[in-house]
Ligand binder design. Structure first.
Ligand code: PRP
Ligand code: URA
Length: 210
């Protein structure tokens, strides 16, 4: 598993405001989207491109465009939905699949309540979006969904992670390759499975308690 922690003062600045308990929901939403755009820059370094010939006002030139088949973005509902617009801004031709997962707050095990993914992912670059990688259960389940459809090229983009969760995902992968891009690697999980210092419940801060 390749782990890349994006190290940039703009990311750290926006993360600081995001973590603040006094940051209201509209600001929180805007920051998640902005952070996603910054993390997308790191997360898409390996996006497949193909050569293309164009003509500038001055001369013919060679460039690149995003290759077919288009990348697939998979936000994990609910909180991952807050990252989708930020990602689509940088990859407007990508397609979007959905996974709905909820973590049982007692057992910390995820259950999947929605799935809308292409049947065959064998030639697709997949980008999984979830702001929080805590125990790693949700991300592991999401990656297993993608592998079960034949995916071999998976990048997960998370705003925060706990070391325990990263280790759990790596163990569950059994050597299969996945890239994880993070805004920050936090200290630890607390006894309730929350990331410390973290930012609290990302889904609730984005969309309210339901
Ligand atoms: C949160 C978060 C992740 C998951 C992380 O979602 O968005 O999906 O918890 O925890 P884990 O690494 O221990 O699995 P939650 O289940 O609270 O659902 P929500 O996005 O609908 O709020
Ligand atoms: N899910 C969250 O939203 N926050 C955490 O700290 C852990 C799981």
């Amino acid at each position: 598993m390749r782990v890349h922690v994006a190290d940039h003062p703009l990311i750290t600045h926006k993360l600081t405001v995001l973590r603040d308990v006094d940051t209201p929901s509209p600001v929180f939403r805007a920051l998640v989207e902005e952070l996603m755009t910054l993390l997308a820059y790191e997360g898409t370094r390996g996006v497949r491109v193909e050569p293309v010939d164009i003509v500038t006002p001055v001369s013919p030139a060679r460039g690149v465009r995003i290759a077919d088949p288009k990348p697939l973005i998979v936000p994990i509902l609910r909180a991952g939905l807050g990252m989708l617009d930020g990602m689509v801004k940088l990859l407007p031709t990508a397609e979007v699949g959905f996974l709905g997962m909820a973590r049982d707050e007692e057992t910390l095990q995820p259950t999947t309540y929605a799935e809308r993914l292409p049947e065959d992912l064998s030639d697709r670059q997949c980008f999984v979006l979830d702001p929080m990688l805590a125990t790693g259960g949700s991300l592991t389940a999401a990656i297993e969904f993608l592998f079960a459809r034949g995916a071999v090229d998976v990048t997960a983009i998370c705003i925060l992670a706990a070391p325990e969760g990263l280790r759990a995902v790596e163990q569950a992968l059994h050597g299969r390759e996945v890239t994880v891009v993070l805004g920050a690697l936090d200290e630890r999980l607390n006894e309730h499975g929350y990331i410390v210092p973290g930012l609290g419940d990302a889904g609730d801060r984005l969309y309210g308690t339901v």
